[in-house]
Design a binder for this molecule. Structure first.
Ligand code: SF4
Ligand code: SF4
Length: 331
């Protein structure tokens, strides 16, 4: 039950951070994508999403450059390239019939709009979805009703145009708002999918997922016991990544059973209903660089795990070679 409740909170966070991105330029948007609260909420809620992966790869940028992107796409000069109002997307008119009906809907659901934005602005609709998710957590006895409201709202409003906006942003080629748009479209389309179809998906897959990201030290035990080689650990110059090839997995649970940290669950049962890609990232951790020679060494996750056992001696982040040389000098 706790994990289900946590899921509502994470979903609210995800909707809310998407709302922030489309409302203005939140201060965190200047940071690298992997540090955004949006990406972190996505990693917890849909850890297997390639669109979320793409967001995590976005580099940091100066505020002026990020702001220029926002202005170019959503403000003008002249007609904005992308309108952020439902009424513009659906009827080509600002303040169309959707605007009035939405205001009444929000009031009925207990959401008061603060600020100057019209009720059918993308950020307000996403904030309303965050509100509906929060209510599912705050009033568990009415969770089914709040959930229905969320689904209906996606079906009748947000899902009618925000996925199209997201795909258009993705097609725009903008390196920041493109991946965000792609992720928003995927997420809303998945949330709007009928429940029956989702249940079928859940029953037809039994795949592992790292539900407790912070516990996984990338030790690789799960990779070693996997009989089908569905799991691999890949190292790029920047990251160490635990990858699952979903088509190779037979659902034997050996990985889950061997994991010393209890980080794995099958089929995301503890964490909603993730969408699996052909090759999905179960865990990613940035690599640490040797302070002596600058070579990439092991991952931050592995360093943190060792540090928990032995503390942080000065040589902990040295590469193998520099560590050997240090030992030789000390002898
Ligand atoms: S999931 Fe468990 S076994 Fe696999 S790398 Fe992470 S900590 Fe190790
Ligand atoms: S469930 Fe079995 S086959 Fe699938 S990844 Fe885990 S160990 Fe490999």
């Amino acid at each position: 039950m706790d994990s289900v409740r946590g899921m509502f909170e994470r979903r609210a966070e995800l909707y809310y951070t998407l709302a922030e991105v489309l409302a203005e330029l939140p201060p965190w948007l200047m940071l690298p994508g992997r540090e955004w609260p949006l990406t972190q909420a996505a990693a917890k809620l849909v850890p297997l999403s390639t669109a979320a992966e793409a967001m995590a790869q976005i580099p940091a940028e100066a505020e002026t450059t990020r702001r220029a992107r926002h202005t170019r796409l959503f403000a003008g000069p002249g007609r904005p390239r992308f309108w952020l109002y439902e009424s513009m997307w659906r009827s080509g008119r600002f303040l169309g019939p959707e605007t009035i009906s939405l205001e009444q809907l929000y009031k009925g659901a207990g959401l008061r709009i603060v600020g100057a934005e019209a009720p059918d602005h993308a950020s307000v609709e996403l904030a309303f979805l965050a509100h509906l998710s929060k209510q599912q957590e705050a009033e568990p006895e009415y969770a089914v009703l709040w959930q229905k409201l969320e689904r209906d709202f996606i079906k009748k409003h947000a899902g009618q145009w925000l996925p199209a906006l997201g795909r258009s942003l993705a097609a725009s080629g903008d390196e920041v708002y493109g991946p965000i748009g792609e992720f928003m479209a995927d997420f809303l389309l998945d949330k709007g999918r009928p429940q029956k179809q989702k249940r079928k998906l859940t029953l037809s897959f039994r795949l592992p997922i790292v539900v407790h990201q912070e516990l996984c030290s990338l030790c690789g035990f799960c990779v070693q016991v996997c009989p089908t080689r569905a799991l691999t650990i890949n190292e790029t110059p920047r990251d160490t990544i635990l990858l699952l090839s979903s088509s190779a997995c037979n659902g034997c649970r050996k990985c889950k059973n061997v994991c010393p940290a209890g980080a794995l669950a099958m089929n995301g049962a503890d964490d909603g209903n993730p969408v699996y890609e052909a090759h999905t990232t179960l865990r990613r951790s940035s690599r640490v660089y040797c302070p002596i020679c600058g070579e990439a060494t092991v991952s931050r996750a592995e360093i943190d795990f060792v540090a928990e056992q032995i503390g942080r001696p000065g040589w902990l982040t040295y590469c193998q070679l520099c560590r050997s040389e240090l030992l030789e000098k000390q002898q």
